[in-house]
Write a protein that binds this ligand. Structure first.
Ligand code: COA
Length: 268
């Protein structure tokens, strides 16, 4: 772990704790007194940490979690939401921040350690993988405030759990526990609370051992395909495979398998 070496780009984040271990950047949203609610400072900090992580060649994957035992993130900071206007929604800073997470070129894992509500659930849904502690509860309760889950929530929830469940969850604001979240496909795995971060790191390590270019393109192609008809998605798949077939990493991966050795990928 070498937090200092990560330099000012990471260190400047007021509301986040950041550390890098074995190529995995762990980002902890650190406002436990307000259940890690996302205010404008968290948004700025997350944006700058992601930009730094994008450029940092030693970071291969990002794990996001919340400080304390109670919450991952209990949503947008309601004391700020109270002052939001039409312009705030139209500028949609939070929606765009979560798009940045979804489009991030390196794998992202949400380690959901407690309440993931509103923007917290939306951030988790923008990540590639969601691992929940057995104590986690997820939901989109915004309609109680007479607003919508407006940072991608109305769109991403249905894609993960189906339209019917998404409408029921948003209209009632009902939270699901970790077991139900696993059953409906909102999270991919449930762990003991104490094992959550290690599990997320282990999943990241599994991904990092594979061809980095293939990982990047797999994520891109699957996501592009979700927004396209199948035939168009398959054309994108074919083009990505064409890039990979002539890559140095494909030569290395196949040679390593045939030579019964561990591959040394370079991302080229
Ligand atoms: N924005 C601002 N403050 C929040 C917050 C949020 N989204 N979520 C929690 N807090 C604050 C509470 O106001 C409280 O502050 P206080 O100590 O000054 O009274 C503190 O965090 C602890 O919250 P509390 O409700 O007492 O904790 P809890 O563990 O009993 O309940 C929640 C946790 C997450 C279930 C509950 O706080 C909650 O429902 N939060 C709002 C969720 C929401 O509507 N999110 C969508 C926002 S758009």
């Amino acid at each position: 772990m070498d937090i200092e070496r990560r330099g000012p780009a990471y260190g400047a984040a007021e509301t986040l704790l950041v550390e890098v271990t074995g190529g995995v950047l762990l980002v902890t949203i650190n406002r436990p007194d307000v259940r890690n609610a996302i205010n404008s400072q968290v948004q700025r900090d997350l944006r700058s940490v992601l930009e730094a992580a994008r450029a940092d060649e030693e970071v291969g994957a990002v794990v996001l979690t919340g400080a304390g035992e109670k919450a991952f993130i209990a949503g947008a900071d309601i004391s700020q939401v109270a002052g939001y206007s039409k312009a705030t929604a139209l500028d949609s800073d939070l929606q765009r921040l979560f798009d940045l997470v979804e489009d991030f070129p390196k794998p992202t894992i949400a380690a959901v350690n407690g309440y993931a509500l509103g923007g917290g659930c939306e951030l988790a849904m923008a990540c590639d993988i969601r691992i929940a502690s057995a104590t986690a509860r997820l939901g989109l309760p915004e309609t109680a405030l007479s607003i919508l889950p407006g940072a991608g929530g109305t769109q991403r929830l249905g894609r993960l759990v189906g339209t019917g469940r998404a409408i029921e969850m948003v209209l009632t604001g009902r939270m699901v526990d970790a077991a139900e979240a696993l059953r409906i496909g909102l999270v991919t795995e449930v762990t003991d609370p104490a094992a959550l971060i290690d599990t997320a790191r282990a999943t990241a390590a599994t991904i990092l051992a594979r061809g980095p270019l293939a990982i990047r393109l797999a994520k891109l192609v699957i996501r592009a395909g979700m927004d396209a008809d199948q035939r168009t998605g398959q054309v994108v798949e074919r083009l990505a495979q064409a890039v990979l077939y002539e890559s140095a990493d494909k030569a290395e991966g196949t040679a390593a398998f045939l030579g019964k050795r561990v591959p040394r990928f370079t991302g080229r």
